[in-house]
Design a protein around this ligand. Structure first.
Ligand code: C2E
Ligand code: CA
Ligand code: CA
Length: 399
């Protein structure tokens, strides 16, 4: 039955470790190949399409980080297991680097490890991080710019809604709208994949407009007219110019018009934008954000902690909420660094009079920790996955 659960490709210069890993994988009913050098490794990666890769971080004459970077460039969909004899901080850093390169991490293992530990990681369920890009085939580049332009023109997108709740009481404050695209042949395609293409093709403003309209129309049907609705704004949105030097004044007016059309108070609408969106042109962003706040909109700083903006510029922006990036939240239990980042983000938020939101909360223990740290709001699979409009209303009703 070997091979019916997956294909594992090993890159490790230590034959003893390679044999141990191979045995562990075979008992877990995996097919196994081992490569001794990077050339053979990448050949097998392309030709054999492994479902899992076990990579030794440090090998003579080879840099594991470079291998990770190259796997990222090839958009490798395999789940990665990083092993090494280096200290846990370096291993963790390598794991983070792999995630940043878009790879799906199954786990990191410090050497020496047991067969059982390896098998546990092998058997662990995927995060689904890359699964929307590669529906099991490893094929990539199958989504063309034309596909995306067609989808925009025909309004093929839909929205999923994920609730945001108070840490202390579990009460629902509102929902975040997340765009979805069900491709006719490829199936669901993630926003991380098609939004950059839309941006490149110059149709992002149209996508945002479609998302805003649909989200506001849905929010108008919420049973409680104090509930918030959040939408994500792409980096380009802040600095659109109408051909003159002036930053985009249109955005605030357009959004206000859309709210008026649906009878929604802008004070219920949260605009989420990332640090990088706000900072690519801080002067224009400050003007646009201030204008939006004056119209009553709330503004959330999304993915906090992942950018490298100057703290001074950041705190001068008129945000109303700070969203701690899920990369810190999901590692909160096992990383003291993540806990330190979360705690200082909460402290910073409160010092600036902002609400602190943790996204990507998957475990009850994490919610507990966030509560202890004084975090205001939480969002994540533990509370609810993003749901289609009717499903989200039913979820709210059942609560
Ligand atoms: P984001 O704004 O940080 O959105 C949160 C992402 O985390 C969503 O991924 C959501 O499905 C996922 N998520 C929520 N809870 C959990 C959890 O507990 N665990 C894990 N692992 N993930 C969780 P999604 O929907 O794939 O969206 C990815 C990104 O695409 C978003 O990140 C956002 O930056 C962008 N995006 C989504 N919709 C829109 C949109 O309408 N407009 C723009 N401009 N960007 C959008
Ligand atoms: Ca968001
Ligand atoms: Ca986020």
């Amino acid at each position: 039955l070997a091979g019916d659960l997956g294909r594992l490709l090993i890159l490790d210069d230590d034959p003893g470790v390679a044999r141990l890993v191979e045995r562990a994988a075979r008992t877990a009913r995996f097919d196994v190949r081992a490569a001794i050098g990077p050339d053979e490794f990448f050949e097998l990666l392309d030709a054999w399409l492994p479902t899992h890769v076990a990579l030794d971080l440090i090998m003579p004459g080879m840099d594991g980080i470079e291998v990770i970077e190259e796997m990222g460039r090839r958009r490798c969909p395999a789940r990665l297991i990083i092993t090494s004899g280096v200290g846990p901080r370096v291993l963790d850093a390598a794991g983070r680097s792999a995630v940043e390169h878009g790879l799906d991490i199954a786990g990191v293992l410090a050497k020496p490890f047991t067969m059982a530990a390896f098998r546990r990681i092998l058997g662990a369920e995927g995060t689904g991080r890359m699964s929307t890009i590669h529906p099991g085939t490893g094929a990539t580049g199958s989504i063309t710019a034309l596909d995306v332009r067609d989808a925009v023109a025909s309004g093929a997108f839909s929205l999923a809604y994920q609730p945001k709740v108070f840490c202390s009481t579990g009460a629902v404050l509102g929902f975040e709208a997340l765009v979805r695209w069900d491709h006719p042949t490829l199936g669901p395609v993630g926003p991380d994949v098609f939004l950059p293409i839309a941006e490149q093709e110059g149709c992002m403003a149209e996508v945002t407009d479609q998302v805003v309209r649909a989200a506001l129309a849905w929010a108008a049907r919420l049973p409680d007219d104090s509930m918030q609705i959040a939408v994500n704004l792409s980096p380009g949105t802040m600095t659109l110019t109408d051909g003159t030097e002036a930053p985009d004044t249109q955005l605030a007016d357009d959004l206000a018009d859309r709210c008026a059309a649906e009878g929604i108070d802008p004070a219920r609408v949260v605009l989420e934008l990332t640090e990088t969106s706000a900072m690519s042109d801080p002067v224009a962003a400050l003007a646009t954000l201030t204008r939006l706040r004056m119209k009553g909109f709330l503004i959330s700083m999304d993915d906090f902690g992942t950018g490298f903006s100057s703290m001074l510029q950041l705190v001068r922006m008129p945000f109303s909420e700070l969203k701690i990036d899920r990369s810190f939240v999901r590692t909160a239990l096992r990383s003291s660094e993540s806990r330190a980042v979360i705690q200082s983000a909460i402290t910073l938020a409160h010092a600036l009079g902002l609400q602190a939101v943790a996204e990507g909360v998957e475990e009850a223990e994490v919610l507990e920790l966030l509560r202890d740290q004084g975090c205001d709001l939480a969002q994540g699979y533990l509370i609810a996955r993003p749901m289609a409009g009717p499903e989200a209303l039913a979820w709210l009703d059942a609560r």
